[in-house]
Design a protein around this ligand. Sequence first.
Ligand code: ADP
Length: 157
Amino acid sequence: MIRAAFPGSFDPPTFGHIDIIERSRSIFDELVVVIAENKQKQYLFSAKERLEMMSEMVKEWKNVSVTLCDTLIVELLKRQGIKIMVRGVRNVTDFSYESELSMMNKALSPGIETIFMTTRPEYLVLRSSSVRELAAFHGDLSALVPPLVAAALQAKF
Ligand code: ADP
């Protein structure tokens, strides 16, 4: 039984995240999507809103669950006995950041491995910050996020 976690801000969740979740859940027996709540960070959506949107998006997938985390991600993984962390990588900038982060996490928790999954080409330039920006200008979000997220963004702006 191999369990893995996919942590992120998901502010808001996008098709890029969903793609990584879908591909990871077919590799691992169980996938826990971890929504980070970092008190130092400013989010557009509250932790509860991000949890609700993500839960709705993955509700058909029985081996995927969603949880909130307001501590270090590796601490949550240790508590839950999860040894694999999945991260999505779009480009070399992501890889450079993600590889440093994985080394820091390795120093904190040697028992946890980070696995990188490259994005699908159609989601190469898709990031939550661009989605928020586009939403603020009332742009078309239909290729980037599911309708429930587009509606939530419209309500915010
Ligand atoms: P972002 O704000 O960049 O969308 P998050 O912290 O919410 O980032 O992302 C969580 C994880 O999902 C990270 O590992 C990030 O690299 C990955 N990710 C985000 N967007 C994509 C995408 N379009 N394709 C692949 N991975 C992605």
